[in-house]
Design a protein around this ligand. Structure first.
Ligand code: G3P
Length: 218
């Protein structure tokens, strides 16, 4: 399973990169706004900076909601760097745009996915990645991980090559359960990735090893 970090914060991206486990980055308009990145030139410069930091797929989202606008923006984003993946929302125009990008060798990440039906449409249109939003489904008292498992079953049965990118990850347990359910990729906040490190028995065990070493060597 690939690990992407879900942020536009360059320091956090660098920290995840320094761990040696990072395969890519996802962003969205909310994450860019959170970093105060506004205006076309600054947005493009920021994506360039992310591409310089990480040698992996970098999702950059279109803002337009109409087909023509998505194509224009998506082409401009794809021109920034060969690692850019154009992120397109799961709408009627979005599906048409994904098909257009597929036919023009531009890779896509279909975002805002909340159902198996949407997952089938995105795969049929040739999406490179599919982003079901686990945390936001959990917020509605449904089970986001169940959707990942259902889509994984469908994609295996049908032989769709679209990669399942579990998104809206909120906890380390989401990462573990997404891996069990068959996600190809998880995109997570840095805090959830670092949360995977934690276990009190590791801390206790290490403290004991160091204490025993000190006693034996003093
Ligand atoms: O990858 C999508 C993600 O950024 C959304 O996360 O926590 O806003 O649901 P969240």
């Amino acid at each position: 399973m690939k690990f992407f970090v879900d942020t536009a914060n360059l320091e956090q991206i660098k920290e995840a990169q320094d761990l040696g486990i990072l395969d890519g980055v996802t962003t969205n308009p909310s994450l860019m706004a959170k970093e105060g990145i506004t205006g076309e030139a600054n947005i493009i410069a920021h994506y360039k900076a992310i591409c310089d930091l990480v040698d992996g797929d970098i999702s950059a989202e279109v803002i337009a909601t109409d087909f023509e606008g998505m194509i224009k923006e998506g082409q401009a984003l794809a021109d920034i760097h060969e690692n850019i993946v154009v992120k397109v929302p799961m709408t009627k125009d979005g599906v048409k745009a994904i098909r257009w990008f597929t036919d023009h060798d531009i890779r896509t990440n279909c975002t805002l996915v909340f159902s198996a039906g949407q997952a089938i449409l995105a795969a049929k249109a040739g999406a490179t990645y599919l982003s079901p939003f686990i945390g936001r489904i959990d917020d509605m008292n449904w089970d986001g991980i169940e959707l990942i498992a259902q889509i994984a079953d469908i994609y295996t049965t049908q032989g769709y090559p679209t990669e399942i990118l579990a998104a809206s990850i909120r906890t380390p347990l989401h990462i573990v359960r997404a891996a069990e359910a068959g996600a190809d990729v998880v995109t997570c906040p840095l805090s959830s990735i670092l949360g995977l490190l934690k276990h009190p028995l590791t801390d206790i065990g290490l403290a004991q090893f160091l204490a025993d070493h000190k006693k034996a060597n003093s």
